[in-house]
Design a binder for this molecule. Structure first.
Ligand SMILES: [Zn+2]
Length: 164
């Protein structure tokens, strides 16, 4: 179902992942891999486990077979990856297509504020929201120097992009 599984390695809990819907027609964004959870802990109805591709029309017999299979999966303690999207939405591995983002996709951006002389660095995703690094710097500056009123647009982002 995903590139990571094909490669035979399991992502670390907390890994960043890129998520598409089941037939890969829609971008669901980025999220965090939370590890494997038993199917029985998935809040959706069991039938939802196989309703991943709406273009597939199952006959009644096939549907019954699938339902039996899903029930078996649930009772047998089978697991599915749990992913928390950056939007806060929770999605499970069988509901989507996902892959772990390479560590190389993480960059560190250093910043410095000329007014309060504070410096800091934030980690951001290369393929994330373009504005996210600006918000991260704004938050980091506020955290380091809560009384400084320098707008984020005036905080200097240093050019040294360091790979983790
Ligand atoms: Zn400042």
């Amino acid at each position: 179902m995903n590139a990571t599984e094909e490669a035979g390695t399991e992502p670390k809990i907390g890994s960043r992942v890129h998520v598409l819907n089941a037939d890969r027609s829609k971008e669901l964004g980025y999220g965090t891999y939370m590890g494997e959870v038993p199917f029985k802990d998935v809040p959706d109805e069991p039938a939802a486990c196989v309703a991943v591709d709406e273009s597939i029309q199952l006959t009644e017999a096939e549907q019954a077979e699938v339902s039996a299979m899903v029930e078996q999966l649930m009772e047998g303690g089978a697991t599915t990856p749990k992913i928390v999207l950056d939007s806060g939405e929770i999605i499970f591995g069988f509901q989507c297509w996902w892959r772990e983002i390479d560590d190389d996709d993480t960059r560190e951006q250093h910043w410095t504020c000329e007014k309060c002389k504070a410096t800091g660095s934030v980690k951001y995703q290369l393929h994330g929201d373009v504005m996210s690094v600006v918000y991260l710097i704004e938050d980091d500056h506020k955290r380091v120097s809560p009384d400084c009123d320098q707008p984020v647009s005036s905080i200097r982002a240093l050019n040294a992009n360091v790979i983790n």
